[in-house]
Design a protein around this ligand. Sequence first.
Ligand code: FNR
Length: 382
Amino acid sequence: MSAEPVPAESASAERKDDHVRLAAAQYERSPADEPFADVSFVHHALAGIDEDLVDLSVQVLGARWSSPLYINAMTGGTAETGRINRALAIAARETSVALASGSVSIALDDPSVAGTFRVLREENPDGFVLANVGIERSADDARRAVDLLGADALQVHVNAVQETVMPEGRRAFSSWQRSLAAIVASAEVPVVVKEVGFGLSPETLTLIADLGVTGADVAGRGGTDFVRVENARRAAHDYDYLIGWGQSAVACLLEAPERSPQLLASGGVRTPLDVARALALGARAVGVSGTFLRVVLDGGPDALVTRIRQWQEHLRALCALLGAPEPAALARADVIVRGATAEYCRARGVNLAPLAHRSAAVPTDHGGAHGQIHAERSRHDR
Ligand code: FNR
């Protein structure tokens, strides 16, 4: 991988390298709980279908993705993160998964590092690429970020918790809704609002749906924890009590309102089973950052290509096992929700019982109560 010419490290550039180093080092540490482990599928021994019948493609943000998986926003802005972006772009190209850039803000402020982002498109000319900016950026900046990458969609990240703990964080949140409205009004590509690991509540999902946002990546707690990352960058490490803040992706999906933008899920996705779990709870596609970052740092683009192909194969196998001819059909699978997630749902008034009996409600090709499950059209076709 050739190094991009980048200028002497600025404070922002140093932060980008810190994030990668700390996120990768911390990712294997157990979170306070494992939210995806609270979700299990009810096993129906005769419900499976032929693997050949499974079509993993999904309709997302006005495009057809060949699998319901994407590499989520991470990095760019320094020589090292430019190399990581090149590796991520090669892996996205070879596996045809969608790819989100890290926040492009640093390149908007310092065009000399733009190449460390542009590589995402150069190595992946035909892929689905999402540009990423912070919610406080102007509509003009958001358009420049999309133009820089020739992006197919724009992620706008909301990271109030991170700004709270970040030593150099900007705790000026009052203008955020106005700023988002301006970005959405002038964007020429679909806009996705995403958290960075603390979840999107139903109240937030309703608010952004009303603003005309196309997609919402709930990016929940349970994987990369930016409280932990930013706290490690503080001399006094004094925000450690906030570690574990927020809602998991699982909890967010379970209480997402009907009037949500298209739902995407991420945060703590470690296995293909986690992907299937998120799809079963209504996500159209599932994003992965920390897990794939570790793979790329350890083994470069080839290791990530191998890992993503393995996940795609496993996901097809899990769909066949669960009788789902397409990812959206997993939203008719019977699931049980336990543990801290069930407790959260009880406190929030979310009724989990119907989830455990969804397949019985659908007529089946072979007459039984638990045959091939069918797509829940209502949410996914919106
Ligand atoms: C991130 N994430 C992130 N998100 C975002 O919207 N813009 C960004 O610039 C970054 N930067 C970033 C750097 C690094 C090193 C990591 C690991 C992550 C957050 C990311 O997209 C995701 O929301 C969270 O990491 C949760 O997912 P995982 O890591 O648990 O899969």
